[in-house]
Design a protein around this ligand. Structure first.
Ligand code: 7ML
Ligand code: ZN
Length: 878
């Protein structure tokens, strides 16, 4: 076995400041198709705040071929240093010195897509978290912040564009058809924010004038053939820049801001200082190639990466355990930005849907970890929904507790106090405390303990005293390595509705300043409301103010009432979801032969549809059934087939019973004129396509004709994909021809072909897995491209519970075959893919046996990557 055989655990408790710091680093890249060289010249100084006096300095470095090492100008003697697989050790270095090194690297062979690699005809980088060590020897840790100056040399004809961080300083010609460019970044930064791009790229350009009058040149670079798809990303960037000025008082700080779209990228995008690198999926959009969801994704990711300039770059993380300091906060910021750009409740619903479906599952499974983990083997495995989405919820709760004005004061303080520093979650929370005068020590539990708190609520109405009481009881479940947790500090927004559905005024017995905000701190707590003239219906956890599972014994009638009348859009949706879940799970558990839908559900459905004009996007959210995987998470063990059968049965029954109504609304919502991308048009398409899905499930001939016509009209990609997904599930004779038509139109467009792979991988048909097997050899597919892997293999494993969890274990065997192949190509992607097995303990015994066998097969493989090893181990240990 190789160096990865016994991965060691890194612990937060072992954090020590670096023994030396790096003040400046000058890099020179001699880019070649073969034999790329990296020259580095760094000035180092002993760190005065180091806790002990070290006699050696360890620099990280992997897959580097040494050429030369010089210290203060002289070639270093062989007994002054040692090189191994993971770095360079200098013995007895001086207190201050200049280290010059030269290494050779092989970006052309780098399929891991970490460090410097080739993507198509480009050179590009991805350094977060620990990719920089694959470029040169360095203190590859975020608390070492240095000033970078970068010179790039490359063939002029093949690589006319040479980019790095900061401001462009100089460029010119070199002998032999080569040229160079020099970039200087005036802001000290950790090396994970380093970036370089070289290639033959086109760009679009705009000028942005900041609030204080600074002019910034904005550019988005892409391959020539995609230059007509950059508009939306550019407009999103400008909106994000303005929003950050208004909402947080944050201005951009360099002369240029560049975005590059690349085809081969492990994640969504990366916030490198002044040079964001993006997965092309989150830049490129045109109405005929991108869906509404794609457009919204681009706006959110562009904003997310831009917002990192302050939350991540100007203020960075002390160590990787603090990852949520930048990611949780930045996700919160991008969520609020999107909420301001579109419909706030719809955005909240979408975010909570992701949180509940993925983060709650993570928190309840073998990979559960706190928002701030205290140990890891491979940091790449901790870019999780817990660190990101629950981390965002934890920031949101603090904003909720402080209120908007105080929260703004607190963030102002954070930016002022910590600008230019590498800090911790405690530093952030201390700013919240200092700005508000509140004690948030109990609140810190949210960072420290894993597991989703469960809050049980009961109520009591006292007619004689006109008092209404809510009794709360909270419990935080045990998670791997953490038992018997103390009660959390939980903000719960509430409202009370009278029989007409009107808000009752809230008068709190405890005189709370904000009577609608309940702050739980105890395991059991009661809140009393005064002057309540009738027994109210409580609307609890409005806007989902805390990432908890809230239990209240609502009657069906109360839920129907809330779904129709709650002034909180989020809770209208939530009530409808609870009802649908109840109805479906009851029938799954009863094992009914004939699925039915009660009359009052149809009535609520009708009522919401009839009022849908006010907010079609919200109506589409409310009328959507909970997903199979969410429903599965509510059962123990989950009944994969039962859930699928009943959920489809409900859809079909609604489609049949409401057919005329659905058809009428479908036609009313259908776009006649030009395609528009505003919130209303997006909402109308979402609702229309949901109705189409119900109609097709109902099985009527009219629905099928509508669906085929919608595909053939090719009006916009949202409508095309909605129709194509329904076609892909179907046994219609046209299915083959339509899928072939789509592939023929889009075979040269990889991002669109990803959609074609996904709809086939997610098809309910029994022949889906063999179909996916065949698609592995499609000319557009490649195991080396993460987007292709996600769209075919990831979509099958994550988006098709029925076929992935086939009772014979074939889905698991297929996944593990691919994971093992991939581990040799791209360990990060392999490890992510394997996580699709993390629910395996929640399945029946037969499926568990198959899953265990496959996980054991992974662990038995010699030479596993650290990434995959850690995931397989944790999944089996549970
Ligand atoms: C989250 C990112 C990474 C990993 C991007 C990589 C990032 C790390 C990077 C929300 C929106 C867009 C991208 C991501 C995401 C997983 C998710 N610093 O900016 O966080
Ligand atoms: Zn981020």
């Amino acid at each position: 076995m190789g160096k990865n055989a016994t991965p060691k655990t890194i612990r937060l408790a072992d954090y020590r400041p670096p023994p030396w710091t790096i003040d400046t680093v000058d890099l020179c890249f001699d880019l070649r198709e073969k034999g790329t060289r990296v020259f580095s010249r760094m000035t180092l100084a002993r760190n005065p705040t180091a806790t002990e006096r070290a006699d050696r300095l360890r620099l990280d470095g992997e897959a580097l071929t040494p050429v030369c090492i010089r210290l203060d100008g002289s070639e270093l003697h062989g007994d002054r240093y040692r090189i191994d697989d993971e770095g360079l050790t200098l013995f007895d270095p001086p207190d201050r010195f200049v280290l010059e090194t030269e290494v050779e690297i092989a970006p052309e062979d780098n399929t891991r897509l970490e460090g410097l690699y080739r993507s198509g005809g480009l050179f590009c980088t991805q350094c977060e978290a620990e990719g920089f060590r694959r470029i040169t020897w360095y203190l590859d840790r975020p608390d070492v912040m240095a000033r970078f100056n970068v010179r790039i040399e490359a063939d002029h004809a093949r690589y006319p564009v040479l980019l790095s961080n900061g401001n462009p300083m100089e460029a010119g010609e070199l002998p032999g058809g080569r040229h160079y460019a020099v970039w200087d970044d005036p802001f000290p930064k950790p090396c994970y924010l380093f970036a370089l791009v070289a290639g033959d790229l086109e760009h679009v350009e705009e000028t942005f004038t900041t609030a204080s009058g600074r002019r910034v040149r904005l550019r988005i670079y892409t391959e020539r053939e995609n230059i007509d798809r950059c508009d939306h990303a550019m407009r999103s960037l400008i909106r994000a820049m303005r929003w950050d000025e208004v909402r947080y008082g944050r201005e951009y700080d360099l002369d240029v801001f560049n975005i590059v779209a690349v085809n081969d990228f492990n994640m969504g995008a990366m916030e490198n200082k002044g040079l964001n690198i993006f997965n092309a999926k989150y830049v490129l959009a045109r109405p005929d190639t991108a869906t509404d969801a794609d457009y919204q994704g681009i706006e959110a990711v562009v904003a997310h990466e831009y917002f990192h300039n302050w939350t991540g770059n100007r203020i960075t993380c002390r160590d990787w355990f603090q990852l949520s300091l930048k990611e949780g906060f930045t996700v919160y910021r991008d969520q609020e930005f999107s909420a301001d750009m579109g419909s706030r409740s719809v955005k909240r619903i979408d975010d909570v849907r992701v949180l509940r479906a993925h983060q709650f599952a993570e928190d309840a499974g073998p990979m559960a970890h706190p928002v701030r983990p205290d140990h890891y083997m491979e940091i790449n495995n901790f870019y999780t929904v817990t660190v990101y989405e629950k981390g965002a919820e934890v920031v949101r709760m603090q904003a909720e507790l402080l209120g908007p004005e105080t929260f703004r004061k607190a963030t102002d303080l954070y930016f002022e106090r910590h600008d230019g520093q590498a800090v911790t979650v405690e530093d952030f929370v201390r700013c919240m405390e200092d700005a508000s005068g509140r004690d948030l020590s109990q609140f810190m539990h949210w960072y420290r303990y894993a597991g989703t708190p469960e809050v049980e609520v009961t109520d009591e109405y006292d007619a004689a005293d006109r008092r209404y009481r809510l009794h709360f009881r909270q419990r935080v479940p045990d998670t791997p390595g953490q038992k018997d947790k103390p009660p959390f500090h939980i903000p719960i927004r509430v409202g009370l509705l009278d029989a007409e559905g009107c808000e009752l005024p809230l008068v709190r017995a405890d005189g709370a300043a904000d009577p609608s905000l309940v702050e739980l701190r105890e395991s059991e707590q009661t809140v009393e409301f005064l002057e309540v003239d009738e027994p109210p219906v409580p609307s609890l956890l409005r806007g989902f103010t805390a990432p908890v599972k809230l239990q209240f014994d609502y009657s069906d009638a109360q839920l129907h009432f809330l779904a129709a009348h709650d002034s909180d859009g989020f809770n209208r949706w939530d009530a409808a979801q609870r009802l649908a879940q109840r109805m479906i799970l009851a029938q799954v558990e009863a094992g009914v032969d004939r699925v039915s839908v009660p009359q009052d559900h149809l009535e609520t459905f009708r009522r919401i549809l009839e009022r849908a004009d006010e907010d079609p996007a919200l109506a589409a959210e409310i009328l959507q059934l909970p997903s199979e995987s969410w429903l599965g998470d509510q059962m123990d063990p989950m009944d994969v087939e039962g859930i699928h059968r009943v959920r489809e049965g409900v859809k079909a029954e609604v489609g049949r019973r409401l057919e005329p109504l659905l058809l009428a609304h479908y036609h009313a919502l259908d776009e006649t004129g030009d395609y528009r991308l505003d919130a209303d048009a997006i909402g109308r398409r979402a609702l229309k396509n949901l109705l189409l899905a119900y109609l097709v499930a109902g099985g009527g001939e009219a629905a099928r004709a509508l669906c085929l016509a919608q595909y053939r009209r090719h009006h916009n990609m949202t409508d095309v994909m909605a129709a194509l997904a329904l076609v892909a599930h179907s046994h219609w004779p046209e299915r083959g021809a339509i899928l072939a038509d789509f592939a023929e139109r889009w075979k040269d467009d990889p991002l669109v072909m990803d959609k074609w792979f996904s709809v086939q991988a997610m098809s309910h048909r029994e022949d889906t897995l063999p179909g996916v097997q065949v698609l592995l050899s499609h000319p557009s597919f490649s195991l080396e491209n993460p987007n292709r892997v996600r769209s075919l293999i990831g979509a099958f494993a994550a988006g098709n519970p029925l076929r992935f969890h086939a009772p014979d274990g074939s889905g698991y065997a297929f996944l593990v075959d691919r994971v093992l192949e991939l581990d040799a190509v791209n360990p990060q992607i392999a490890a992510r893919l394997l996580r699709n097995l993390s629910r395996w303990r929640r399945l029946d015994e037969g499926r568990q046996a198959h899953a265990r066998e496959q996980l054991e097969r992974v662990l038995a493989r010699p030479g596993l990557s650290r990434d995959l090893h850690e995931v397989a181990l944790k999944l089996l240990e549970s």
